[in-house]
Write a new protein. Structure first.
Ligand code: FE2
Ligand code: FE2
Length: 141
């Protein structure tokens, strides 16, 4: 059967879960707790998307919107790594880094919602979209 679901709609909902956590950040100690929950969801989310991207590569699908998403994932992963690294000496520094990560993530979610997933919806055929959907759904929380 022709697969009609949109990847962009499905992922927008997933992104909304992280967006609502970002909206709760208020630069107080509460942020540490929000961050530890967000970190798990985010790592899982990137893992799922990278698996989907790997499939696109295997199918020979290469386009600028894809490279941009890979770059943004790398930046987010570096930022996550820094947050658990030895340079975090004070709570102040950690809070600042959480805010910086939040900014990266907000921009990334916006890029995926406005550009990346709509691009996939209009440039992949229904079989390809379904394959990507299955990978994402299986690997997301
Ligand atoms: Fe992503
Ligand atoms: Fe995403």
């Amino acid at each position: 059967m022709f697969w009609q679901k949109k990847l962009s709609g499905f992922m927008k909902k997933e992104h909304g879960k992280m967006q609502s956590m970002l909206d709760k950040l208020d630069y107080t100690n509460k942020d540490f707790e929000i961050f530890s929950k967000l970190k798990k969801i985010l790592e899982n989310h990137i893992y799922a998307e990278e698996k989907a991207i790997h499939l696109l590569h295997k199918r020979g699908k290469m386009f600028p919107a894809l490279s941009k998403v890979i770059e943004e994932h790398n930046d987010i992963e570096i930022s996550l790594y820094e947050l658990v690294g030895p340079n975090i000496k004070t709570k102040e520094i950690k809070l600042k880094k959480i805010q910086a990560l939040a900014e990266l993530l907000r921009n990334h979610l916006e890029n995926e919602d406005k550009n990346f997933y709509p691009y996939l919806d209009s440039n992949l055929n229904s079989e390809e979209r379904e394959e990507i959907f299955e990978i994402l759904e299986k690997n997301l929380d």
